[in-house]
Design a protein around this ligand. Structure first.
Ligand code: FPP
Length: 233
């Protein structure tokens, strides 16, 4: 069964570059090529939502050159790919703190979301300047703000209402979270949303995680929506 929502922690670009005597940024470029291949593969096999961890709030601590490169990637990427996404009915979403992105990046991602907002095909959701903990804190803040004019909100607060304050509002939870690069950690990614997801850790560095490897992972997983309840119970 093809999962409806796949989320990927795209790890290992830097190491991939280093192994080849290239820069970390060249590794990210190779990663962006792989990312395009996985977007195509997802559309082809009928994945409905693909969430990609493109930049965490922790990533600001990286060398300035690398941060600049990573912030420029979406600008180039959307410049080049938007017409194709329109043709292929692909919708772009961003989960993360868009406000604090550099001006050019912010403009490019807002434009990509606006242009594609009526598209009804594959949703590609970029986690950009994203932190799961911040997401949860800002959701609580939003609820507290809205509760000032609507005190019932707190009395009636439940999981469904809470989810409406997350960056991922309106999206179903991921069925599977894949992390490439060999590490077995979640790294502040979709902690609320992935509480019932299958977690798959693969050793390939992200640029090497091509269509063939990707399809093998998603076709292998046989997600049964209710199996976690049995385990938890
Ligand atoms: C982690 O690998 C990867 C990132 C921080 C960036 C991932 C971004 C892309 C694949 C492209 C995004 C493109 C667009 C258009 C949004 P790492 O550098 O931490 O790898 P390492 O563990 O080997 O150091």
């Amino acid at each position: 069964m093809i999962p409806k929502h796949v989320a990927i922690i795209m790890d290992g670009n830097g190491r991939w570059g280093k192994k080849r005597g290239l820069t970390r940024s060249e590794g990210h470029y190779a990663g962006s090529q792989t990312m395009e291949e996985l977007i195509d593969a997802s559309a082809e096999v009928g994945v409905e939502i693909l969430t990609l961890y493109a930049f965490s709030t922790e990533n600001w601590k990286r060398p300035k050159d690398e941060v600049n490169y990573l912030m420029n990637l979406p600008v180039k990427f959307f410049n080049q790919k938007l017409p194709e996404f329109m043709r292929r009915n692909i919708k772009i979403l961003i989960s993360g703190d868009i406000e604090n992105l550099p001006k050019g990046t912010k403009k490019a991602v807002i434009n990509a979301m606006k242009e594609t907002e009526d598209n009804t095909g594959l949703i590609v959701n970029f986690a950009l300047n994203y932190s799961s903990r911040s997401e949860i804190v800002q959701a609580i803040y939003g609820i507290m703000q809205d509760a000032k004019s609507n005190p019932l909100l707190l009395e009636e607060l439940d999981e469904e209402t809470f989810e409406r304050y997350l960056y991922t509002r309106g999206l179903p939870d991921p069925d599977i979270v894949i992390r490439t690069g060999g590490e077995k950690r979640i790294s502040n990614f979709l902690m609320w949303q992935s509480s019932t997801a299958d977690l798959r850790f693969v050793d390939d560095l992200f640029p090497d995680f091509k269509k063939e490897q990707y399809l093998k992972v998603i076709e292998d997983q046989n997600h049964d929506d209710d199996s976690w309840k049995e385990c938890a119970g």
